[in-house]
Design a protein around this ligand. Structure first.
Ligand SMILES: Nc1ncnc2c1ncn2[C@@H]1O[C@H](COP(=O)(O)OP(=O)(O)OP(=O)(O)O)[C@@H](O)[C@H]1O
Ligand SMILES: [Mg+2]
Length: 260
């Protein structure tokens, strides 16, 4: 059965989508069958893997609507191969935002993605869910559907307190809706290494969360956005780069933790 991990941080622009794409690409190159689910109406992950969503296309929104209406669609419906990478995407576009608003008074709302993911778990070794910068109902769906949560953190702007907000959301979901959910790990995303605030925040995070903070830190690279603009992961875009190496190290760390 596949392992499901949500990539979550309510702060925008910290590298959630970049991590979903590049970590997913590393796992795929390790021989795993990988599905990336875009749970962000911005659709950055879909676009970043070369998937331009057409208005009539069947996306994660349609899949969730089908589940809400009790329609048992083909599990692979809407899933597309990435343009250049050996992995699969369930795309999203801005219609997901309107759908999120419509879920407000729906008691079953938090469980929709879980029901969707349960249909996929036998077809994939690993499912990564890219979340939007919020802890709203779509992210709640991702947390209810997942085994684990990965939190990318840019310590320039986000310290222990910001992470605590996420972990208390995780604890709430764990108590009420998904007892098996656990913190997979915190990834330090370092755009540059100079600021004292940043260094202090990293130290505080390592002190507070111990070995839940990955040893691997993700360095800054202009190639990250360049590759996404070309619709591909870094490793498909170029053969070597320090950020690729870091993502490979991170993928190895995740797998090593799973084998413990
Ligand atoms: N290690 C990195 N070095 C340099 N630029 C990066 C790095 N990681 C991500 N970026 C760039 O920073 C921007 C934000 O990254 P990304 O989209 O992954 O963040 P996000 O957390 O998914 O944002 P959002 O919350 O809006 O979904 C993108 O342009 C991306 O290419
Ligand atoms: Mg994103």
């Amino acid at each position: 059965m596949g392992k499901v991990t949500a990539i979550v941080n309510q702060k925008g622009g910290v590298g959630k989508t970049t991590t979903a794409i590049n970590l997913g690409a590393c796992f795929a190159r390790m021989g795993e069958r990988v599905l990336l689910i875009d749970m962000d109406g911005q659709g950055n992950m879909s676009r970043g893997l070369g998937c331009k969503v057409k208005r009539s296309q069947y996306t994660i929104r349609n899949a969730l609507v089908d589940i809400m209406n009790g329609i048992d669609a083909d599990p692979m419906k809407g899933i597309v191969p990435a343009k250049y990478d050996p992995l699969y995407i369930m795309p999203a576009d801005k219609q997901l935002l309107a759908f999120e608003r419509s879920l407000k008074n729906e008691p079953e709302a938090p469980y929709l993605l879980r029901k969707y993911v349960e249909k996929q778990q036998w077809s994939f070794d690993r499912i990564l869910i890219d979340c939007s910068p919020s802890l709203g109902v779509l992210t709640q769906n991702a947390l209810v559907a997942s085994h684990s949560v990965m939190i990318p953190v840019d310590p320039e702007f986000f310290g222990v307190e910001g992470v605590e907000q996420i972990t208390s959301t995780i604890n709430g979901i764990q108590r009420k809706m998904n007892p098996e959910l656990y913190l997979e790990g915190i990834v330090i995303v370092r755009r540059n290494n100079v600021s004292i605030a940043k260094r202090t925040n990293v130290e505080n995070l390592r002190q507070r969360y111990g070995d839940k903070v990955y040893k691997t830190e993700l360095p800054s690279s202009v190639k990250a956005s360049e590759a996404q603009a070309h619709g591909m992961s870094l490793i498909s875009y170029m053969s070597w780069n320090h950020l690729i190496r870091a993502y490979q190290a991170l993928a190895n760390e995740v797998v090593a933790n799973e084998q413990q």
